[in-house]
Design a protein around this ligand. Structure first.
Ligand code: PLP
Length: 366
């Protein structure tokens, strides 16, 4: 990943800005020989359910799609009727960043917003909202799905116990539990538990497992832990234009990520870079961290001289919502809450350069 000649990157705007990992590109090249049956009937796709079943220590149904939005929308639509409610954080990706795709694919189902610090939901909030949605009331949408994000849009990670507490409440109301795992790999790297412990052991019914932010070119997996619930999925995916004719190229990317747990080592690297960045930035006078660094994202409350300095030397800074900061951390005058994201491609040199630029310990002349 890191070579002496790698130029310093100033791009911490997203984990989507890096390219694909060389092992993924090599797998794509290997898959690019000869002909192969189309529409997922290729040998790569045929093997993928076994590989994910091994990883999760459970017999799973899998659909591979090209984007996280499609993965989330198809997962939610598969378990939510048009009159159903999807309970989710008000700032979750499904709620805020998918242009209504979950509602569209679920034929008009309703997203119901919940609040929570660090974009995490807690059992009391969920219970309270559900108590205002009694079963069988004709005027009201009926609770069908709970969607949580792991790691959250504020870089916070649910523990298996926290997931189970939410899932128990949802299941008691007959709801399904969906986990948006665009950064599931980073969450597992932080937790140090198995993928099984953080999903079906804890009550997750459907996981959308992100590959794209973690070294893939474009590959997301929708994973159903109850295969019976996945019966509609192929048709839903086809109607959504998500059955790629050359599907082998989706599966080949996952082949590379699953080989020797590359997905986990890439996520561990990204998390380590984020920890390094967070620790370094916290020493910059006037700069504070919004949430604890748990996964691969750092949220920095930057005073004006710092963000001005960084923008002046070419760092693209991405503002983030401060609505769900911890109560003791409030945005001051002139401060901006900036999201900085590390990926498999972030180097220690990139991190050191950003910290130095923020502290202005030396002139930045790259
Ligand atoms: C939490 C979360 N979920 C899902 C996605 C996937 O979205 P996309 O459709 O851009 O692949 C993202 C990407 O930014 C994300 O941050």
């Amino acid at each position: 990943m890191t070579t002496a000649s790698t130029p310093i990157s100033r791009d911490f705007a997203s984990d989507n800005t890096a390219g694909a990992h060389p092992a993924v590109m090599a797998a794509l090249t290997r898959a690019n020989t000869g002909t192969s049956p189309a529409y997922g009937n290729d040998p790569w796709t045929s093997r993928i359910e076994d590989k994910f079943s091994k990883l999760f220590d459970h017999d799973v149904a899998v659909a591979l799609v090209a984007t996280g939005t499609a993965a989330n929308a198809l997962a939610i639509a598969s378990v939510t009727p048009p009159w159903g409610a999807v309970l989710t954080h008000s700032e979750s990706h499904v709620s805020d960043d998918e242009c209504g795709a979950p509602e569209f694919f679920a034929d008009g189902a309703k997203l119901v917003s919940l609040v929570g610090i660090g974009n995490k939901l807690d059992p009391d909030t969920l219970q309270e909202r559900l108590s205002r949605m009694p079963d069988g009331v004709l005027r009201q949408v009926q609770p069908a799905c709970l969607s949580i994000t792991q790691a959250t849009e504020a870089g916070q990670v649910y523990t298996p116990a926290q997931i189970k507490a939410l899932a128990d409440i949802a299941h008691a109301r007959g709801m399904m539990v969906h986990m948006d795992g665009a950064r599931f790999a980073n969450a597992i790297a932080h937790l140090g538990c198995t993928p099984a412990q953080a999903t079906w052991h804890s009550g997750v019914d459907i996981l959308t497992f992100g590959g794209t932010k973690n070294g893939a070119w474009a590959a997301e997996a929708v994973i159903f832990f109850d295969k019976a619930k996945a019966r509609q999925l192929p048709w839903r995916a086809k109607r959504a234009g998500q059955i790629l004719s050359k599907g082998r190229f989706l599966a080949a990317q996952w082949d590379a990520l699953l080989e020797n747990d590359l997905w986990l080592s890439l996520a561990r690297h990204a998390n380590t870079m984020a920890r390094l960045l967070g620790t370094g930035l916290a020493t910059v006078p006037g700069l504070r961290l919004g949430w604890e660094v748990q996964a691969n994202e750092v949220f920095a409350l930057m005073p004006q001289p710092v963000w001005q300095k960084l923008e002046a030397v070419g760092y693209p800074l991405r503002d983030w919502s401060s609505q769900f900061l911890p109560a003791q951390v409030q945005l001051g005058t002139g401060e901006r809450l900036i999201r900085l994201v590390c990926s498999f491609a972030t180097t220690p040199e990139d991190v050191a350069a950003l910290i130095a630029a923020a502290a202005q310990r030396e002139p930045v002349s790259h």
